[in-house]
Design a protein around this ligand. Structure first.
Ligand code: GLN
Length: 193
């Protein structure tokens, strides 16, 4: 089984480790730059992107992560992880850094206050067997995508899942649902890379 890391600076790391294991991968936590050499793919969890960004700088991970993603490492980001994979963000903190990797503009906390958290059935391109249950928690949406990025799902007219090459991002949290099809898709992407 391919070894897939979960960036373990902050956020729902354990849920992703469990979902990856259920999807057939060998999953392990990643906190140090040296550990990046041991993985064939990486998940960036949900949580708080401003904190994650700050810790990535403190742990010396930001530049190594950018280099690995540029070199083609398959990465999957959920929610805060999607924000981390955006080339550009809106409503971020002034000093908020991203890893980048997807030519998209992502707006933080985009669904608004009355909609802080909700669930919706989401049809995701490339996922068979019906919609996935999308769990949205202070979720971002994708404001726009550039030429290289492919929209995989929308909700209410807003893009909520995107793929560019080996990089995948969703506004919602499949790791919280017990439905492992999105993680399976990512494990397949890692296997083909
Ligand atoms: N609102 C959070 C952020 O900006 C993301 C929330 C989440 O990951 N569930 O990072």
């Amino acid at each position: 089984a391919p070894v897939i890391g979960v960036l373990a600076l902050q956020g729902d790391v354990r849920e992703h480790l469990a979902a990856l294991t259920a999807a057939g991968a060998t999953a392990r936590q990643i906190r140090r730059p040296e550990e990046l050499a041991e993985i064939a793919g990486l998940v960036i969890p949900g949580g708080e992107s401003t904190t994650m960004s700050k810790l990535a700088v403190v742990f010396g991970l930001l530049e190594p992560l950018r280099e690995r993603v540029r070199a083609g490492l398959p990465v999957y980001g959920t929610c805060a992880g999607m924000i981390m994979l955006a080339d550009k963000i809106l409503d971020g903190r002034d000093d908020q850094e991203t890893i980048g990797g997807i030519d998209m503009i992502v707006r933080r906390n985009a669904f608004g206050r009355q909609n802080e958290s909700f669930e919706a059935e989401i049809e995701v391109q490339g996922i068979e067997g019906g919609p996935v249950e999308g769990v949205f928690i202070r979720a971002p949406w994708v404001e726009s995508v550039g030429g290289g990025a492919e929209v995989l799902a929308t909700f209410d007219g807003h893009t909520v899942a995107v793929r560019q090459g080996n990089v995948l991002a969703t506004s919602f949290h499949p790791e919280l649902t017990g439905d492992h099809r999105v993680h399976q898709l990512f494990v397949e992407m890692v296997g083909r890379a």
